[in-house]
Design a protein around this ligand. Sequence first.
Ligand SMILES: [Zn+2]
Length: 250
Amino acid sequence: MSLYRDEGIVLRTHKLGEADRIVTVLTRRTGKIRGVAKGVRRTMSRFGARLEPFTHVDLQLHTGRTLDVITQAETIRPYGEAFVADYPRYTAGSAMLETADRLIMAEKEPALRQFLLLVGGLRTLGSGEHEARLVLDAYFLRSLAVAGYAPALEECARCRTTSVRAFAIVAGGVVCGACRPAGAAVPAGETIALMVALLKGDWRSADASESRHRAECSGLVAAYLQWHLEHGIRSLRHVERERAERELAT
Ligand SMILES: [Zn+2]
C-alpha cells in the first residue's frame, strides 16, 4: 500500500457498514477521490467532523485495493460554518458541491481548474459580497465552461452571426432568428448580458443587474446545466442533441 497526501473539498459522505463512512473529495492534485474514513460514526470523533461536506481538508490516504483509506484529516478551512445560519447560501453551496460531483465523473483524473473554481465559489459565497444566486450562477456557467460546455452567448451557436434573438439549450446557447429551433426561449438582452458578466467574472455589471433579469438568468442557467448533466457523457451528447432536435422538429 502506498501513502499520499492531498488537499480538497469534501463533496459528500455516505455510510459504510456500522461505523465507517465513504467520503467523496475533490482534491487539488489527484482530482475526485473516494476514501473510507474508518470508525468515524462510532464516536463523536473530531476526525469525522473534519470530513463533513464543504470542509477544505488536508488529507493523508493509503491506496487501497478498491477504495483508498483516509488515515489523517486536518481542517484547512470549514466553509460550511459560514452557511449554517444562512439558508440561501447553504442551498447554493450544496448545489455547487453536487454539480462538481456530477460534472467530474472520472475518479483520480486531475481537475485543478474545477478544484480552484469550487474553492473560489465557496469562498465568495461565504464572504457575502454578492447575492448567493449570482455566485451560484457564476459557478454553474464557469464549471460548465471548464467541462467543455460553455454556452454560446455572444454569437449564434450554429452559424456564428452576432445578431442573436433566442436562447436554445439544445443548440448550445444563443441563436439567430434563422437557426432558432421551435420552443427556444427569448430572454431579455440584459439577461444574456448578465450571463456574459457572470461567465467573465465581471461583478461590477452583475451586481448592478435587476432582479427580473437575475431570475430569468437563473432559470436559463439551471435548465442549461440540467440538460448537460443528463446528457453529460460526451459521446452520447451529440446523439442526444440530434434526437432532441428531431423531436422538436416533428
Ligand atoms: Zn444562426
